[in-house]
Design a protein around this ligand. Structure first.
Ligand code: HEM
Length: 695
């Protein structure tokens, strides 16, 4: 059987339909015509190798069990197969998109002094190397696609047949009422309107037929709580959720995995996202913002700040994940770190001068690697956008030219990422004797109050994470989590920043108050820090209110793994396999819960904030928020692991921006707020603002 898998939260997934299941997870209704597989073992968390999206390096051919996938056991087989054609060589595809190289601070290949670390296997590629590598990638991708296509096609045919059958059948007894007939076109043509109007007409639990799938749309507080919190895992899971277009980009990472695989990965990754750990990335967030303002915004003018924020969050994410710092920012970053962070007794490999993050490490991503990651991700994202725009009609496994190109981009990405993992392992072993010893040293350092909870970047943190039996993640699990974090965290954060900037520009009095708060805490020149933004409750309320009105993840999806009931006294019956869509967008605008729900009113958070105390947003968001209807980061066990990271990033970027610039709408009218684009995420269309330096 073939299971479909899907990453989250990125500009990759800018299609023509709503997202379900995770920020931009591509769990979107866009894939209504896409075949869904329904794998019983997915529900037990014992995913067999056959139900993972086929990718050459996805799993070790010798060890197909979950235990092997998750744990760092015997992964040499998988690892060496992932590296076989590349031999960890630098690759610079001639078709590399120029988008980033022109406008971002990632240097082009020619301008890069690519000096591989002494431990690296990398050497500069020749032109024929590059061509050969590209062709090898394509051939490899073709072979992988063809092998899986037959199995997938059989499963897809069966799935399409049952969907067609459902089109003519009445809903099962007890299924919630809803509009008659298949609603695919109505949903796709105007998703936000469809969600609001259907809920207003049929209530908090609506039964729908979408692309031949029985779907339940939920916006009631109790029902949402039941799905996301009370019965999470036991009844509702991610596997089997309809409209999950699979993607080898994020593989079987946290967003899409289920059961035991998910549980273990979540446990291992959680320490890297604790507040103290997240705060170690604060200086990178601020210095990247200052760099953007200095380099791109300069003396002001009119700009699409959403595009700028996309560049910015990509840089921040790459730095947090792989320790990559744009060369022109290295000095600035090191200075800020030494001022802001406690010195760690835990040392980065080959880094005697700096405590954290890993940007100082020789095994941190090189500029060339960062450029390659950006290029491959760009390519993969562009492909995903195109696929989404066509409603995911053509599944990823079909060996079309576009699919092959996408698979080749993913394979190139894999090479770079697996190469970095290998180098980081070597560095850690060289410094500590073994990776296990490095993990023990990190755990010991964590135990002392004076050191950052997690050393270095997320790659190191995840590499050193150990379960109760002392096992870490396998290379492929590590790769999937890193890619998941990249796609989950980058675009969602840019969307939040884009909407917040637009709302601030549309509400000058709110902006003035926020800028005054920043001035009060930081003065006119001191850069905001992780510590100083804790004293900016008004700015925090702006972020919370932005997330209420424009939640990047405007739908999350689950699948009832067994037949179940929902609603008061179990009044609705949901057969096993029903997809449930919970809509934060509708819940955040419910007039029975929110006073003047359509109005941007940061003050509504004041009372709640004072109740929760200083920087209490985590309290405000626990469960489904203070009133049971606030879930920008989801809820329950599958809530966003990066919510603290995202909040910190938003607070730091916005405070740095407000300290230096005032933002106004080009025509100074609230009517020019950008229109939402309810694709897989709720992106704003271009956020064109006038930037005026304050000093
Ligand atoms: C404003 C920014 C963000 C928003 C609105 C957001 C929203 C969400 C939501 C709603 C979910 C739950 C999906 C579901 O229930 O199916 C989720 C899950 C997730 N998010 Fe985020 N997210 C953001 C930023 C981030 C960042 C910065 C990271 C990582 C660096 C991240 C990583 C993840 C991961 C790994 C999951 C899956 C968690 C699991 O299932 O265990 N997100 N996010």
């Amino acid at each position: 059987m073939q299971s479909t898998r899907l990453p989250c939260g990125t500009r990759a997934f800018q299609g023509s339909a709503p997202g379900v299941g995770c920020p931009s997870a591509g769990h979107g209704a866009a894939s209504l015509l896409n075949a869904r597989s329904f794998s019983p073992d997915a529900f037990t968390g014992t995913n067999s190798a056959s139900h993972v999206v086929p990718t050459a390096s996805r799993r070790c051919q010798h060890h197909k069990s979950d235990a092997t996938y998750n744990r760092g056991l015997s992964c040499e087989h998988r690892y060496s197969s992932a590296l076989s054609t590349s031999q960890l060589r630098s690759v610079t595809p001639s078709s590399t998109p120029s988008h980033h190289s022109s406008s971002s601070s990632f240097p082009s290949a020619s301008s890069t002094s690519a000096s591989p670390s002494p431990h690296s296997h990398l050497h500069p590629p020749t032109t024929s190397d590059l061509r050969l590598d590209l062709w090898l990638s394509l051939l490899q991708a073709a072979a992988a696609q063809l092998t899986s296509a037959t199995t997938a096609a059989t499963a897809a045919a069966g799935d399409v047949a049952s969907r067609l059958q459902r089109l003519t059948q009445p809903p099962p007894p007890g299924f919630p009422a809803g509009p008659p007939g298949d609603q695919t076109l109505a949903l796709l043509s105007d998703p936000l309107r469809f969600l609001s109007e259907t809920t207003a007409r049929y209530g908090p639990v609506v039964g729908l037929l979408l692309g031949g799938e029985r779907v339940v749309l939920v916006s009631g507080r109790q029902e949402a709580h039941a799905v996301l919190v009370d019965q999470a895992g036991s009844v509702y899971g991610k596997a089997g959720t309809a409209f999950f277009p699979g993607s080898s980009l994020a593989g079987n990472g946290l967003l899409v995995s289920d059961g035991a695989v998910w549980q273990r990965q979540r446990r291992l990754a959680t320490p890297a996202f604790r507040r103290t750990a997240v705060e170690t990335y604060g200086s990178a967030m601020v210095s990247a913002t200052e760099d953007m303002m200095g380099r791109v915004w300069g003396q002001g003018g009119t700009r699409d700040v959403y595009a700028d924020f996309n560049e910015l969050t990509l840089q921040v994410t790459l730095e947090a994940l792989f320790g990559f710092t744009a060369p022109e920012r290295k000095h600035q970053t090191q200075q800020q770190q030494s001022q802001q962070q406690p010195h760690s007794t835990w040392q980065q490999p080959h880094s005697s001068t700096s405590s954290s993050p890993a940007s100082s490490s020789s095994s941190a991503a090189s500029s060339e690697e960062a450029r390659q990651i950006v290029a491959a991700v760009e390519k993969a994202f562009t492909f995903f956008t195109q696929r989404a725009a066509t409603g995911f009609v053509i599944p990823e496994w079909l060996p079309t030219w576009d699919n092959l190109e996408f698979a080749a981009a993913v394979q190139q990405l894999d090479r770079v990422v697996y190469g970095m993992i290998a180098r980081r392992r070597e560095d850690l072993a060289a410094r500590h004797g073994s990776v296990a010893a490095a993990a023990a040293a990190a755990a010991a350092a964590r135990a002392t109050a004076t050191t950052p909870a997690v050393p270095g970047d997320l790659l190191t943190s995840l590499l050193l994470a150990r379960d109760e039996d002392g096992y870490g993640m396998s290379d492929s699990a590590l790769r999937d989590e890193l890619m998941t974090l990249l796609v989950a965290g980058q675009e969602t954060s840019a969307i939040l920043l884009g909407w917040a900037a637009a709302l601030l520009a549309a509400h000058p009095e709110v902006q003035q108050a926020a800028a005054a708060e920043v001035r009060e805490v930081c003065g006119e020149t001191a850069a905001p820090t992780a510590a100083s933004v804790r004293h900016m409750p008004y700015l925090e309320s702006i972020v919370l209110e932005t997330l209420r009105l424009y939640s990047p993840a405007y739908m999350v999806g689950r699948c009832a793994r067994v037949g179940t009931t929902l609603g008061d006294d179990g009044r609705y019956s949901l057969p096993a396999g029903t997809t449930v869509l919970v809509s934060p967008y509708v819940m955040h605008r419910d007039p029975t819960v929110w006073e003047q729900p359509e109005v941007f009113k940061p003050e509504r958070w004041h009372e709640l904030q004072s109740r929760e105390g200083y920087q209490g947003y985590m309290g405000l968001m626990s469960g489904l928020g203070p009133n049971g209807a606030y879930l920008p980061f989801g809820g329950g066990p599958r809530n966003c692991i990066g919510s603290g990271f995202a909040m910190m990033e938003a607070m730091l970027v916005l405070s740095a921006v407000l300290q230096r610039y005032s933002l106004t709408l080009p025509y100074n009218s609230p009517a020019s707020l950008p229109r939402p684009q309810p694709l897989l995420t709720l992106r704003p269309e271009a956020v064109v603002l006038r930037l005026t330096p304050r000093r």
